[in-house]
Design a protein around this ligand. Structure first.
Ligand code: DGL
Length: 269
């Protein structure tokens, strides 16, 4: 493993604005850390792409984040965590640590003894990979998982349709699907979905516990860095945002999340 310094930034990537939910939780929990965020907006959505395409993109992005001197990479995307994590973890194992957004949530579900019937919504890639079920089974978590692919949600959220009638109707249509009947809790298996968590919670009227990843992943990352003595002790933070295709809505979203003017650059990878 390369020698890394505590002051180096944390690299985070997603297909678009979804990973900002994770980045925001990380910045709140670890305010001393510098961040380099890459949103692969030219190749969005990942959820409908083949595993091979997502793997190729993940390699290009990891190479870019390495050039930016990152000390660790957070795959802030369930689809990429499902399709590419094993590959990139193996490829970069002697170079940089990489964490994903699925393992921390699966561990959280196991540790918190969630009720038996858990629903999962995510992209086609994440749901068809069955990765949550495999990982829950490998931890011997006694749960019954009922999964539904909800592919319209990412384009809807990227379009800024989050809190209007179209969003509410789309959410209702998906959540009333027979595959999600009688669940006690629902995993938001896509990092875009915390943006519409209020609408999802409103639909369930507190009858179903909604589990999302940003806070869980941020805490997992904190423990991980602490264990490796890689937390940055000095206040010297910077946040850089990169996208593969510039769009105003990404800039607007990043500014809304971080409540500050952001420096957003386009990089073609
Ligand atoms: N936010 C990502 C995820 O968690 C990607 C969604 C997409 O691009 O389809 O799956």
């Amino acid at each position: 493993m390369n020698v890394v310094k505590q002051s180096q930034p944390i690299g985070i990537f997603d297909s678009g604005i979804g990973g900002l939910t994770v980045a925001h939780a990380i910045v709140n929990l670890l305010p001393h850390e510098s961040i380099v965020y890459f949103g692969d907006t030219a190749h969005l959505p990942y959820g409908d792409k083949s595993a091979k395409t997502i793997q190729d993109r993940a390699i290009k992005i990891c190479d870019f984040l390495l050039q930016q001197q990152c000390k660790i990479i957070v795959v802030a995307c369930n689809s990429a965590s499902a399709a590419a994590f094993t590959l990139i973890q193996d490829k970069y194992k002697d170079i940089i640590d990489i964490i994903n957004v699925i393992d921390p949530v699966v561990q959280y579900v196991k540790d918190n003894h969630f009720a038996q019937k858990i629903g999962l919504i995510g992209t086609r890639q994440t749901v068809s990979s069955n990765i949550y079920l495999h990982k829950l089974n490998s931890l011997q978590a006694e749960v019954k998982l009922q999964s539904l692919a909800t592919p319209l949600l990412v384009p809807m959220i990227e379009e800024g349709f989050c809190h209007n009638k179209i969003a509410k109707d789309t959410i209702t249509e998906y959540l009333t699907d027979a595959k999600l009947t009688d669940i006690d809790s629902l995993i938001l298996g896509c990092t875009h979905y915390p943006i519409i968590k209020p609408e999802i919670e409103e639909f369930y009227q507190q009858q179903v516990q909604v589990i999302d990843s940003p806070q869980i992943v941020a805490t997992y990352l904190q423990n991980y860095l602490q264990e490796k003595q890689l937390l940055n002790p000095n206040i010297k933070k910077s946040i850089h945002f990169y996208v593969s295709d510039y769009n105003d809505y990404f800039a607007f979203s990043a500014e809304r999340f971080f409540q500050q003017k952001v420096c957003l650059q386009q990089v073609v990878l």
